[in-house]
Write a protein that binds this ligand. Structure first.
Ligand code: C5P
Length: 491
């Protein structure tokens, strides 16, 4: 049995992998150690980390042995060296070189001999695409950096927290954007958001999934305490970050809350007033940006409630989440995360990218605010930026009647016809077919055009002139033909 555990730096994959392997009685291999070994040898031999040929030759010529945390290169002990923080950057630089990856992947496959728990960045996608169990661990950059600081502090070091966060961010960028085997979840991986979960909890969930998917019937529960470096995955949940664990089949509170919103809407608008359509357009797994028009306070609860994706998060104006209290508690558990509106809020953009990288759904409102009257308002560039730079499918969603149902300032909804339409998805291109770069505003306008096309003419506002918009935005977007098949066990 092969268990692949991938994820970015500080997501806890090695600590989790080691404990899962112990519980299942399997060997554990931390694949990052091999890239670290190549990096260590390259630095020692004065090889330029951009010299692909020299690095390829080096990787093919050395023999790396990994035994737990012990690393030997050509029989010589390098354990202390490869674990040094400087080696993280060197490893990630040599890992970009296709020849290095080929050599390491060959070694990893030879080392595994059938049954193994292996941690890395591309185990589920490249090294063992046929692995029976695949996991992808995530957590926000801030939390991962905190874990690393705790881990190094436990070893008696005093790292510069800010520099460490910057280094991890840069490494994430390099690892996820490289041309060969970029870091990403396999399509059939269980994505586990470890934000705020302690090591025990993550290990338990991984083992639960393995068992549910036909692993050993009764694997010994892990009893050992976390290793000394187990400061990582410290139990901590920052207040302003969403809480959710997509590894669970039914995310408890969020699932319940979404159910209640659906129930309320159906009961209140009983008698044929509520129309929900287009659910067949929603991909049941994989990253997705959902963009909706916004005319009423009830839109943000409704859009994710009817969306058949429990792994969705909504951007919400930071003001709503800033004041502690019941309202903010509800919003956080309804998977809202803050964005400072009308600004390029880097933290919110980073969080959005992390959600998508982890294969989740990002719900946002491209107009940047609720628009009380006059139809659609011109979009802000943010949604365009996210859709253009990530290249993930965008699902246009339109709500009609919600403004009349719940006008600003009213306390009780009115019983009027409400319609929610999902899809079909489109994709924003980085460049038009003629090579011109797509601007963020054009990308946002293309999304709004798709929204306008689903709305009645009197609700299209700034996007009423469909003909000239289609002409101006030709080549900016393309349709996404078919939603990807549902992943087996994403819950
Ligand atoms: O996991 P660790 O931090 O030790 O990995 C160091 C570097 O090795 C990563 O930043 C990444 O660039 C590279 N790596 C990889 N593929 C793997 C494991 C590690 O590219 N499977």
């Amino acid at each position: 049995m092969i268990v692949a555990i991938d994820g970015p730096a500080g997501s806890g994959k090695s600590a989790v992998g080691r404990r899962v392997a112990a519980a299942l009685g399997l060997p554990f291999i931390d694949s990052g150690l091999l890239y670290r070994a190549v990096g260590a040898r390259a630095l020692e031999s004065g090889i330029d980390l951009d010299d692909a040929d020299a690095l390829t030759e080096l990787a093919a010529s050395i023999r790396v042995e990994v035994d737990g945390e012990t690393v030997r290169i050509d029989g010589q002990d390098y354990t202390g060296k490869v674990h040094q923080p400087e080696l993280s950057v060197a490893a990630s630089r040599v890992a970009r070189v296709p020849g290095v990856r080929r050599a390491v992947v060959d070694q990893l496959r030879a080392m595994a001999s059938g049954d193994v728990v292996m941690a890395g960045r591309d185990i589920g996608t490249v090294v063992f695409p046929e692995a029976e169990h695949k996991f992808y661990l995530t957590a926000s950059l801030e939390e991962r950096a905190r874990r690393r600081v705790a881990q190094l502090a436990a070893r008696g070091e005093r790292p510069d927290a800010e520099a460490l966060e910057a280094e991890i961010e840069e490494r994430d960028r390099r690892d996820s954007q490289r041309a060969v085997a970029p870091m990403r979840p396999a399509g059939d991986a269980v994505v586990l958001d470890t934000e705020g979960l302690d090591l025990e909890a993550v290990v338990r969930r991984v083992l639960e999934q393995v068992r549910r998917r036909g692993g050993p019937p009764d694997p010994a529960e892990p009893t050992a305490r976390p290793p000394a470096t187990g400061g990582i995955l410290a139990p901590r949940r920052p207040r302003d970050l969403p809480v959710h664990d997509p590894g669970r089949p039914v995310p408890e509170l969020y699932g319940l809350m979404r159910f209640l919103v659906r129930l309320l809407a159906r009961v209140y608008l009983a008698g044929g007033l509520l129309h929900v359509s287009g659910l067949e357009h929603v991909p049941r797994s994989g990253p997705l940006v959902v963009c909706a028009n916004h005319t009423s306070t009830v839109d943000p609860p409704l859009v994710p409630a009817f969306l058949p994706r429990p792994d969705s998060w909504s951007m919400a104006k930071a003001e709503l989440l800033a004041r502690p209290g019941f309202g903010a508690w509800v919003l956080r558990h309804y998977h809202a995360f803050p964005v400072i509106r009308h600004t390029p809020d880097r933290r919110a953009l980073r969080r959005a990218a992390e959600i998508l990288r982890a294969g989740g759904v990002l719900v946002l409102y491209p107009e940047g605010t609720r628009v009380g009257s006059g139809g659609l308002r011109e979009a802000e560039p943010g949604a365009g930026f996210i859709a253009r730079t990530t290249g993930v499918p965008v699902l246009p969603v339109t709500l009609t009647g919600t403004r009349e149902c719940f006008p600003k300032g009213s306390w009780l909804p009115r019983r009027v016809r409400v319609e929610i339409r999902y899809g079909p998805p489109l994709r924003i291109r980085e460049r038009r077919p003629d090579g011109r770069r797509v601007e963020n505003q054009e990308a946002a306008d293309a999304i709004m055009l798709a929204i306008a096309e689903q709305l009645p003419p009197d609700a299209r506002g700034a996007y009423a002139d469909l003909v000239s918009l289609r002409e101006r935005l030709r080549g900016v977007w393309e349709p996404v033909s078919r939603p990807p098949a549902a992943a087996g066990d994403r819950g």
